[in-house]
Design a protein around this ligand. Sequence first.
Ligand code: ARG
Length: 468
Amino acid sequence: MSDKLWQGRFSEKTASVVEAFTSSIQVDRRLYAYDIQGSIAHCKTLAKASIISEAEASEIIRGLEQIRLEIEEGRFHFDDRQEDIHMHIESRLVEICETVGSKLHTARSRNDQIALDVRMYLRVETCSIIRQLYRLQNVFVALAKKHVDTIIPGYTHLQRAQPLLLSHHLMAYFEMFARDMGRLEDCLRRINVMPLGCAALAGTTYPIDRSYTAELLGFDAISANSIDAVSDRDFILEFLSVAGICMIHFSRLSEELILWSTSEFNFIELPDAFATGSSIMPQKKNPDVPELVRGRTGAVIGNLMALLTMMKSLPLAYNRDMQEDKAPLFDTVDTLAACIEIYADMLPEISFKESNMQKAASSGFLDATDMADYLVMRGIPFREAHHLVGEAVSFALSRDKELHDLTLEQLRSFSDQIQQDIFSYLQIRQMIERRTSYGGTAGKNVRQAIAKAEKSLADKQSHLPDFR
Ligand code: ARG
């Protein structure tokens, strides 16, 4: 490959240790297709402004297409001495069509070029992640429908609290991932802004039509300030934040599945195909998939921290520090995509042990709040009712009983307002069905929430964003 394209000013050759240190090609070669697509659009923009002729533009485009083929077929030679993907492609272009190829870099710089490439890459990946999340949302809805009447104990502080429908619990995740999708869609609006033509930092003296480049590349907007265009990495930070939040949702779900699959909880059986064994303990079936998802959340959050810290003191405009944005970004995209995929595959295969869950919901005083509500219904102020039930709980505990195991007489020793109907009032199903406040766990509500979710997914199907 030829010498460096910026060699003119230098009388000494770059030290090879510096070449190795500064090179980013092993990371940013992944952007080659966007770099070529962006260069083709740039070339057309130059021709439209008569900065190069149509014939020259065609020759450059042919050269770029040839390079694309060479890379795709594994015939392209990557070399640390050419720094990054832009230099690799441009040097090769100059090799293929020397004089004409040398005209491509007019009216642009690598500073706006890298911003363009990353934006093109990230809008594709963001759309693909939105689509993956869409698939996951369908899985949650199907699972909630399947378990619409299944009872589980609900927890606060990981202590049994009140009974719930499993479907309601699953739909909580639907809400969480719906917010992630919304955040990604919002983020996409700020990713999809075209920076090319801002050149190094100040704009360019050539009469280029940046809107034309944006139109060719499917951008909704062009960046308004050339300095900001080359130094802005907010769109990456936003994506990494959204990804971090989304991974936290996966991590919390993972934690629950890990707990639920223990012998202590025994609420679920993970599918054999998604679990692993122990090399020493023959009985073990380990929840490695949720554990790894939970574990990888650390790296995704770390990637956000790395980039926030890298950006925090950078003066305007471009600084080479910013080259370091790509490895954390790519890692986050890969990790998030892999986690969504494995969860969408695994969730439908989990078997829920309904009778164990229902049994767990029948002990541990999950009916105490309802007993207080019962007393409130009979005119006792809530605080007083709370206190009376607390005493009843303490009495029952001392006899190793549940509230609903006490006799009517024993219960009436705490309040003479208690009647025989307390026993049906404290049945699990009734406790659930009474929670009809909007967003509560009553079956009627959950069915409505599922129907609403199904409709929103159906409406969304033909409106999912897409870029190629
Ligand atoms: N490889 C560089 C990066 O990823 C491209 C921009 C380089 N610009 C420069 N002036 N050295 O940030």
